[in-house]
Design a protein around this ligand. Structure first.
Ligand code: PMP
Ligand code: GLU
Length: 399
């Protein structure tokens, strides 16, 4: 037997979003003046009352294993949140808590996919979905969209990708990387299709609270008991409460699958960190004014950033409705060159911009969105303006 890496693992590319973020942080640590639009994480500190709860948990000795699916207290608090904020009834047996929503999604794919099962993924999409589907033996089936349609695929395009192997669709609203929010009508169409076929709906609602212009989040599971019974709501505390490093995510959904996920998790990782679970309990059931403050600041930055981008010759963007990302359209710049290097695509743009102007962003190619780059505005207003000035200078330097 030779000392090889499994075929399954050989084909997995590292997460480019995490890699770019790590590179930018490392360059900063070396003293370089890097402006990072790469990170998909709030720049605010975790609110004080949540940090205090974690300290309390340590002092109370909450340092032991909890049930694999998470403490009953936290799962009950999640049900209460879903009842009060989303008008949906779940009981704690319908919930599993994991090490971040990424882990929730991973375990969910393991629980529902058999080899060859297809998962519809509207694109541009978050980088980890296709890899997670493949890791579970499934087949990602992309459903493309256009900027004109706010990066949401048309009903016809969605329906045309459905086959007898379709097992699930992933809906991310608000979306990463586009910040798009699905309308009630769009969700109704997916719900009807999913019920008729039938297939599962994976509703990634991690950016639920980061929604602007007075809009309110709508979950597809809200559309009726029938669709709720085949939908998984994936959420967590990373984005809403500036808790990316704490690693708490959860899934609410059909109990038989939640049970299967719990069995899987009980061998793969056991419970999520007990201290972080206690902190998440405080985040979810405590004072929510910290969220409103962060959302107001994100909205202010989004407005300023969109306006500034659209004042730069050669690039443009649409105003997103949620999350903290903007898709920068760089199509007009492709084919031009900087110091002799031709911009063939978004990867060249991102690499050159980092090397020449110390600005980090994520190339659209990472999200199945060639011709675009993703900018995160989870960064101070001062940094945003500094970074955009540098992008303008870079563009002016193109031949
Ligand atoms: N879903 C989406 C769309 C995301 O952008 C992220 C970003 N990390 C996650 C899930 C996972 O979040 P976390 O694991 O930090 O809870
Ligand atoms: N979701 C964030 C992003 O897209 C964080 C990095 C990751 O988990 O991929 O940048």
């Amino acid at each position: 037997m030779s000392l090889t890496i499994s075929h399954r693992c050989q084909s997995i590319a590292p997460s480019l979003t995490l890699k770019i973020d790590a590179n930018a942080k490392e360059m900063k640590a070396r003293g370089l003046d890097v402006v990072s639009f790469g990170a998909g994480e709030p720049d605010f500190p975790t609110p004080a009352h949540i940090r205090e709860a974690a300290k309390e948990a340590i002092d109370m000795g909450l340092t032991r294993y909890t049930p694999a699916a998470g403490t009953k207290e936290l799962r009950k608090a999640i049900c209460e949140k879903l009842r009060v904020e989303n008008d949906m009834t779940y009981s704690y047996g319908d919930i599993i808590v994991s090490n971040g929503a990424k882990h929730s999604l991973f375990t969910l794919m393991q629980a529902i996919l058999d080899p060859g099962d297809e998962v519809l993924i509207p694109t541009p999409c978050w980088i980890s979905y296709p890899e997670m589907v493949r890791m579970a033996g499934g087949v990602p089936v992309y459903v493309p969209s256009t900027e004109e349609n706010n990066f949401i695929p048309t009903n016809r395009d969605i329906a045309s990708r459905v086959t007898r192997r379709t097992k699930a669709i992933i809906i991310t609203s608000p979306s990463n990387p586009n910040g798009s929010v699905w309308s009630r009508e769009q969700l109704e169409f997916v719900a009807e299709l999913a019920i008729t076929h039938p297939f599962y709906v994976i509703s990634d609602e991690i950016y639920e609270k980061l929604i602007y212009d007075g809009q309110k989040h709508l979950s597809i599971a809200n559309l009726g008991e029938e669709i709720k019974a085949q939908t998984f709501i994936v959420n967590g505390v990373s984005k809403s409460y500036a808790m990316t490093g704490w690693r708490i995510g959860y899934v609410a959904g059909p109990r038989n699958v939640i049970k299967a996920m719990t069995n899987y998790q009980s061998h793969a990782s056991s419970n999520a960190n007990s201290i972080a679970q206690y902190a998440a309990l405080k985040a979810i059931s405590g004072d929510q004014s910290c969220v409103n403050e962060m959302v107001a600041e994100f909205e202010r930055r989004r407005n300023a950033m969109c306006e500034r981008i659209n004042s730069i010759e050669g690039v443009s963007c649409k105003k997103p409705q949620g999350a903290f990302y903007i898709m920068l359209n760089i199509k007009e710049l492709l084919g031009r060159s900087y110091n002799g290097r031709v911009l063939e695509g978004s990867m060249d743009f991102a690499e050159l911009l980092l090397a020449e102007k110390q600005v980090a962003l994520v190339p659209g190619v990472a999200f199945e969105a060639e011709g675009y780059c993703r900018l995160s505005y989870a960064s101070s207003m001062e940094n945003i303006m500094k970074g955009l000035d540098r992008i303008e200078e870079f563009i002016q330097g193109l031949e």
